[in-house]
Design a protein around this ligand. Structure first.
Ligand code: PMP
Length: 449
């Protein structure tokens, strides 16, 4: 087959052609088997080829796949929105459906701005964010993203929203350590707000655990309480981007539960439908909806496929599957097991600098000098080397090198489907060890460590 008309991530690179998926495994057309160690892009969270979901897809398609949201509502869309309001914390009761994570964060941004406009406040338009973050690829979402490599080409079109440091304890931006740091990386937000002026800021957005931009950076326990207080004190909304962490991935239904902090708006995507159909959502609190309900009574956003019956039916069945099979608990248990195994490997292989994360969202950062935490030089392209070698060995991982040149370095995410068993974690770890061992060996031979 000729794939030359398809624009692939790297145009002149060969990619295996997928044949089918079964549970945590994927098979290519040559018959080669892979462990889906990253659930694709942290998406296929209930594994591949789940019959219950396929049945729901078929049944819904037989009834109706698409209706336009300004002409019809549908039972699956209504039920999914109700389910999300039950699953989320506090008064996060109103859901706006979109089709991707980028659309979810961009919608969250627009709802935040609209919230202030509906109260007659027209100046609160900026959305502050952190460096080493990723909120999506569309221009609004990229404006909020502190991922320098992904921003680089479009800087003239982007707002300069990334403002404060990431809570990157392994390489503390203040050269301190928790708790002596007094969470300066959080209180930095207060200074930034004062500098820019709270009257110009609609919201602050953050990923509870940083995913794509920096290998599962996990802030200390009180971090989000401090952030929440600063937002409240300054009259600024707090948006949690749970596109990667939401729906059980971190061992809680939503990662903000670890921190016992409720955001004003929650963005979700990816694992919400576990990859069976594209869908995302922005979920707003009653507080945020109140002036909109009193005012224009419309969220000024929307996409043709928003709230379509097919995707909402699938997402609802995925959530039911997660609940029925206790997958949130399994994510916590298997995550703890995985971290124990990775920490054992860290003692054996000096290139493993840090292991972090929660549940089944685990980051591994690599270093050329363990004691001094020295990152590899960019030209070594270590993340790619790990990824390629793991793939040859039958394990798929997710690249998560830090989004800022010269700050931090190479990292990957290990985030298998939440259905993974202990034996399968052992299988994953065996391939990961084989990969790290051979790579460390070659790096030694070539004088790179
Ligand atoms: N937010 C976060 C936290 C993400 O991890 C991602 C995707 N990596 C996005 C937003 C964008 O989602 P999508 O690729 O579905 O547009």
């Amino acid at each position: 087959m000729n794939y030359s008309h398809l624009i692939k991530p790297v145009l002149d690179q060969d990619y295996p052609v997928v044949s089918y998926g079964d549970g945590i495994y994927l098979y290519d057309t040559t018959g080669k088997k892979y462990i889906d160690g990253s659930s694709g892009a942290i998406t296929a969270s209930i594994g591949h080829g789940v019959k219950e979901i396929i049945d729901v897809m078929l049944e819904q398609a037989k009834k109706v796949s698409f209706v336009y949201r300004s002409q019809f509502t549908s039972e699956p869309a209504e039920q999914l929105a109700t389910k999300l309001s039950q699953l989320t914390q506090g008064d996060l009761n109103s859901t706006f459906f979109v089709n991707s994570g980028s659309e979810a964060t961009e919608t969250a941004m627009k709802i935040a701005i609209q919230y202030w406009q509906e109260q007659g406040i027209k100046t609160k338009n900026k959305i502050l964010s952190r460096w080493m973050s990723y909120h999506g690829i569309t221009i609004g979402a990229l404006s909020m993203s502190g991922h320098t490599a992904r921003r680089a080409r479009f800087v003239p079109l982007l707002e300069d929203y990334p403002t404060i440091s990431a809570p990157y304890c392994y390489r503390c931006p203040y050269d301190s350590s928790y708790p002596f740091c007094k969470l300066k990386c959080a209180t930095e937000l207060d200074q930034a707000i004062k500098r820019i002026g709270p009257e110009n800021i609609a919201a602050f957005i953050a990923e509870p655990i940083v995913g794509a931009a920096a290998g599962a950076i996990t802030p200390p326990e009180e971090y989000y309480r401090v952030i929440r207080e600063i937002c409240d004190k300054n009259n600024i909304l707090f948006i949690a981007d749970e596109v990667m962490t939401g729906l059980g991935r971190t061992g809680k239904m939503f990662a903000m539960e670890h921190y016992q902090v409720q955001p004003d708006i929650l963005a979700i995507g990816k694992g919400m439908s576990a990859g069976y159909t594209p869908i995302g959502a922005a979920i707003a609190s009653d507080k945020v909806m109140a002036p909109i309900l009193k005012g224009s009574k419309q969220i000024m956003s929307g996409h043709t496929y928003s709230a379509n019956p097919q995707s909402t039916a699938v997402a609802l069945s995925v959530i039911q599957y997660i609940e029925k099979n206790n997958l949130v608990q399994n994510a916590e248990d298997m995550g703890n097991y995985l971290v124990t195994k990775l920490t054992d490997l860290q003692k054996k292989y000096a290139i493993i600098g840090d292991v972090r994360g929660k549940g089944l969202l685990i980051g591994v950062e690599f270093v050329s000098d363990f004691l001094n935490k020295l990152p590899f030089k960019r030209e070594v392209a270590l993340t790619n080397l790990i990824l390629e070698r793991a793939q040859v060995n039958g394990l798929l991982l997710y690249p998560s090198a830090t989004g800022i040149e010269g700050v931090g370095g190479d990292a990957i995410l290990i985030a298998p489907p939440l259905t993974i068993s202990e034996e399968q974690v052992d299988e994953l770890i065996a391939i990961f060890e084989q990969t790290v061992k051979s790579l460390q060996n070659d790096l030694q031979v070539n004088g790179l460590i």
